[in-house]
Design a binder for this molecule. Structure first.
Ligand SMILES: [Zn+2]
Length: 187
């Protein structure tokens, strides 16, 4: 693997070994799933109707908002990692572009309206117990709204880079914070 990719793959050591979500029955015909090689990988599949379960990572999007050398973080109000801090981000809805996801999540979690100015980086996180996640992080500016923690956040506020909380929820977010400092603050 090339070195550039190494620091974008986060939490590999904490990855849950795939159990195919524990699925045992076909969601189409209720037949018993067989777990064996299909298209070069072991996947649950249904001999009765031909259904194949492809377990894919889940895409998520969010934004890095930096103002006067402080960065916006939110405190999680739900598990996993309730009480820990992370960059504002969330899973994509079925009919969203990731830019829309980032704008929506920022509004929901922090009350802020943002203007996206570029792409920061794309991470692959393997330490979320719900799913492996593809985390698309944009660079953005806050252009409106009032900063306040939303429904799914305990708190939302800016931190100085030297005073970030120790309990950052996921390795991809820790890696993102470290990469931001290396790329934009120490360059
Ligand atoms: Zn079936």
């Amino acid at each position: 693997m090339d070195d550039d990719l190494k620091h974008l793959i986060s939490g590999r050591e904490a990855s849950q070994r795939s159990d195919h979500n524990g699925y045992k029955y076909c969601p189409r015909c209720r037949g018993v799933l067989v777990i064996s090689a299909v298209e070069e990988k072991v996947r649950p599949h249904c001999p009765a109707c031909g259904f194949i379960y492809y377990q894919n990572p889940t895409p998520a999007a969010g934004a890095v908002i930096v103002r006067d050398k402080t960065i916006l973080l939110v405190q999680r109000s739900i598990d996993p990692r309730k009480g820990d801090w992370c960059l504002p981000a969330g899973f994509m809805e079925w009919d969203e572009h990731p830019r829309q996801t980032a704008v929506r999540e920022l509004k929901e979690e922090t009350g802020l309206e943002i203007k996206i100015t570029g792409i920061f980086e794309i991470f692959f996180g393997m330490d979320d117990p719900r799913t492996h996640a593809v985390l698309i992080l944009y660079l953005a500016d806050a252009v409106g709204g009032i900063l306040q923690a939303g429904d799914d956040a305990l708190d939302a506020r800016y931190f100085r880079f030297g005073e970030l909380p120790d309990n950052i929820a996921f390795q991809a977010h820790r890696d993102a914070l470290a990469l931001y400092r290396r790329r934009y603050l120490e360059a």
